[in-house]
Design a protein around this ligand. Sequence first.
Ligand code: ADP
Ligand code: MG
Length: 392
Amino acid sequence: MSDAVTVEEQVERAGQAFTRRFGRPARLASVAPGRVNLIGEHTDYNDGFVLPMAIERQTVLVADRRADTHATVVSASQDMPASFQVDKTLAPGEPKWANYVRGVVAGSLNHGLNPGGFDALIDSTVPLGGGLSSSAALEMATATLIEALAGRTLEPVVKAMVGVFAEHTFAGVPCGIMDQFISAMGRPGQAMLLDCRTRQMRMVPLGDASVAILIANTNVRHELTGGEYAQRRRQCEAAAGALGIKALRDATLGELEAARTRLDEVVYRRARHVIGENARTVQAADDLAAGRWARVGELMYASHQSLKEDYEVSCAELDVLVDLTRPLVGKGVYGARMTGGGFGGCTVTLVQAEAVPEVTAHLEREYQARTGIAATVFSTRPAAGARGIPVG
Ligand code: ADP
Ligand code: MG
């Protein structure tokens, strides 16, 4: 895979593909990163805290205006091009992948940003559907392109919410706000502690050259038939209801213990995960900022354990990748956990920068030996959020 290209190389590559496809050079370019959540899983819809960072894998859009109000968008990752009118009649349609683009165009129009007609080409190094938020990267790259076409910018929070609108209304995915916030507003060398209730953000320094973030993709996604996500949400609501609070964000573990006999056993465990995870996330932000790496690592392992046993959203492959890091604690590894919704996708591991090659090789070799599946492992530092790129 040609994933480890620089943004400049990627823009160049996309520009060449644009010229081949449209017979003229692209004049505008935008880029937005994928993200990894360091800690704070299944807390977002409980009004809680998350701690994501933007990664060095990104979606690039290159484009040029058209004289009419038509848009043609092609993606290097999809066979079917998208074609639609840029006006108030814009609605979800086929191909499905383009609904993220259509939704952002529609959301931008709602905010008075009219890009007019355009041709665009998408090139992404974020794996699609791998839990690193290729969808938010596509949305924020599209919104940034629209800003350039319209000659006006949106407030970054408004821009992020246009992506959320696209995801909810056009793609039909009931996501939280984390992915779009970090893809829009990530900063190099910083993670973001985000309060999903108030939308307040606190940037957390993570620029120390001696540490790196290792992302390992299980390359599996278990199809769930039981409506697991909706079920977890209902269980959280049931727990909040029994505790007489608006959301689990408002409870402490002490209050949960006091109410334990009134709660269904499964509901109790779901709530224990969410309440504990919120506390771990706030604590991890302070520990990261202070460079207490070993402490952050412990919180990551505790998060994984809680997601596995109390929230029951891990899977064998995620557990293998996390367990493979354990013998290396004190020898380059600080901690690891599953990241994203679960049942597949990626793990995130905090490592000493100098140990990256060795830990990577260890995970690749042993994961293959234990599962028969090839993992995709790469290291990253916190990257910049969405931005326009000068062309030519
Ligand atoms: P994730 O955001 O974790 O990668 P999602 O299921 O939320 O997974 O989003 C993946 C979907 O987003 C893809 O199936 C596709 O429809 C769309 N998408 C993301 N990136 C691209 C891209 N570069 N080109 C076309 N479609 C994309
Ligand atoms: Mg997504």
